[in-house]
Design a protein around this ligand. Structure first.
Ligand SMILES: C[S@@+](CC[C@H](N)C(=O)[O-])C[C@H]1O[C@@H](n2cnc3c(N)ncnc32)[C@H](O)[C@@H]1O
Length: 328
């Protein structure tokens, strides 16, 4: 007896009727379900591994992210930390309330391990979420309990989705890590319905924000992820106490810490030493490993929003980020 596609699916995907909403990224025709997804138009085949449709080759520029998020599947999830750090950040950055998301179609782009997927699913939204890397496996392992989660592996540039089909779009911590940030931002907006709301953040290109890590990344991004990770795992806990002392210096602490290339989450209110160390290792690796890191100036973001005719957009600076939000 041949195995049906649904037999291999994890619980959250077993009722895979939502696959019907997926389209071939190449020609936008419907996909026919067999053991893989096959395009009824151009005949291309997309594998479904561990219940997750895959629309990108395994080898892609997001590999280091897949590595980090599968090692740190739980580290930043609110349900694991016991604090609403991701929930507060998502609601603060977007300006949305959890209530308004209930029952709405939300597209989350670049989910990583799913810290914001968890928050979005908890609101009762119907969440479509994807990542270019196999971080989607980590996300599925943590968030498969949510029946309204639709998860796949794909790139923003080749999405298996119909345009203008989402009420809300959220993309946090992602676009600066793509090869063409303008194209990324403009592509994302195509998936939002007219009148839909978006929240996208990006590293801010600010002259006053030099950081030692920026000098290191051109070298460290070439180191194979496991090797770089073990170096970070041994160096970060040693540097963290110095960074903590510097960050406690009144007025100039924030500037002094930039001399030490280690992520320091003192400002998040994490008090447990082991948790601080783990976050530090994760985010130091996250700083040093990405293939692309392209901070953006405010004026350029304004221009993109204006060119797309996005109504009532705002760009707010929050620490080293610009948060762009508005309505299509
Ligand atoms: C710094 S992580 C942020 C993950 C998550 N949003 C969070 O804040 O925890 C950036 C993520 O963007 C993903 N990414 C980068 N380029 C992408 C693309 N073209 N399409 C989809 N995801 C992409 C990476 O694989 C990575 O998981």
């Amino acid at each position: 007896m041949s195995m049906k596609l649904t037999d291999s699916l994890p619980e959250h995907n077993r009722d895979c009727r939502w696959f019907e909403a997926l389209r071939c990224p190449n020609c936008l025709m419907q996909l026919h379900r067999e053991t893989a997804l096959i395009c009824e138009g151009c005949g291309r085949t997309y594998p479904v591994r561990d219940g997750i449709p895959r629309f990108v080759p395994e080898e892609n520029y997001g590999k280091s992210f897949g590595y980090q998020w599968n090692l740190h599947r739980l580290t930043q999830l609110d349900s694991h930390v016991g604090l609403p750090i991701s929930r507060d950040r998502l609601l603060r950055e977007s300006g949305w309330s959890a209530d308004e998301l209930e029952g709405r179609e939300v597209l989350e782009c670049g989910s990583g391990a799913g810290r914001f997927t968890e928050v979005l699913c908890q609101t009762g939204a119907v969440v479509t979420s994807f990542d270019i890397s196999n971080a989607v496996d980590a996300n599925a392992a943590s968030n498969s309990r949510f029946t309204d989660l639709r998860l796949f592996q794909a790139s923003i540039y080749d999405l298996p989705l119909m345009e203008e089909s989402f009420d809300y779009l959220v993309c946090i911590g992602v676009i600066q890590h793509t090869p063409d940030v303008e194209r990324t931002f403009k592509t994302l907006m195509r998936y939002l319905r007219p009148g839909g709301k978006f929240c996208v953040d990006v590293y801010a290109a600010i002259v006053a924000y030099p950081h030692l890590r920026h000098l290191l990344r051109p070298v460290t991004k070439r180191i194979p992820p496991p090797k770089l990770y073990s170096a970070v795992q041994s160096a970060a806990p040693r540097l963290l106490p110095l960074s903590m002392r510097l960050s406690a210096v009144p007025r100039v602490g924030d500037y002094l810490t930039r001399l030490v290339p280690v992520a320091n989450h003192r400002h998040l209110g994490l008090t447990d030493a082991e948790t601080l160390r783990t976050w530090s290792i994760l985010d130091t690796f996250d700083w040093l490993s990405p293939q692309f890191e392209r901070p953006q100036p405010r004026r350029r973001l304004e221009r993109w929003c204006t060119e797309l005719d996005l109504s009532d957009f705002t760009i707010e600076r929050i620490r080293g980020l610009y948060v762009i939000r508005g309505t299509k």
